[in-house]
Design a protein around this ligand. Sequence first.
Ligand SMILES: C[S@@+](CC[C@H](N)C(=O)[O-])C[C@H]1O[C@@H](n2cnc3c(N)ncnc32)[C@H](O)[C@@H]1O
Length: 251
Amino acid sequence: MEWVSMAEHSDVVDEINDPGAAPYGNFINYYTFNPPENRLSLIPPSLLEDLGCRDETTLILDVGCNSGELSVAFYKHLVPEPASEEESDRRSVHLLGFDLDETLVQRAQVINRLHSRITFIPLDITEDTDQLRDYLSLHGCSHFHLCLCLAVTMWVHLNHGDSGLLQLLSRLASMSQHLLLEAQPWKCYRSAARRLRKLGRSDFDHFKTLKIRGDVTEHAREHLERHCGMELIQSFGSTAWDRKLLLFRKR
Ligand SMILES: C[S@@+](CC[C@H](N)C(=O)[O-])C[C@H]1O[C@@H](n2cnc3c(N)ncnc32)[C@H](O)[C@@H]1O
């Protein structure tokens, strides 16, 4: 749907729609086309309380945060301004956003006004994740209370194959108590590959050999439930781009 909906605005979206220019989904103006509100309108502001995140410190991880607009908006959506200094000292919520695209991360750092609470770093989730462990230790936590993995799975899948996708899910599950997942449906894969070919580029490394195809969200659910000790606890419905927002919890 990512590609399908965007094609409707073809004049403006060439850049964002061009997988040659953004082979990892690292679109430079993503939030022009998919504003934070599209997802936030489905998420109750009380989510952290609903999940029982009442610890002194609550940690949120945002995987593939792009230029940070959704991360910051998500944080503000879930975390009300503290009523007093005392309240602010008592309970703190921190968000770590990361993306493999350093230019996008730099932009995220510039728009971020909540430096003491929100941090953006460059990181490729398919590589070494020591920095995530370091961040957890810095805050004295063994896991992230909530991990957001929104519109990232397809890019990891296309660039790193089935094993890359499953490893991503396992990795996130191993460090998170809750996982909010928005996986792109299969039609987005076809559109992404088609557009790449149109540009005269070779296919994504793994597109033709993927065994996980069709209902990718269901495959992801199965992997998380069978192999990662997680269970689906809620579906927040579908976004304007017809993608499910699913919430998993560590059993
Ligand atoms: C389509 S955007 C989605 C951005 C954001 N998560 C959202 O839903 O609004 C996908 C983002 O994932 C990032 N990404 C893709 N593969 C990644 C990887 N292996 N590690 C970290 N970020 C990655 C891209 O650079 C891009 O910014």
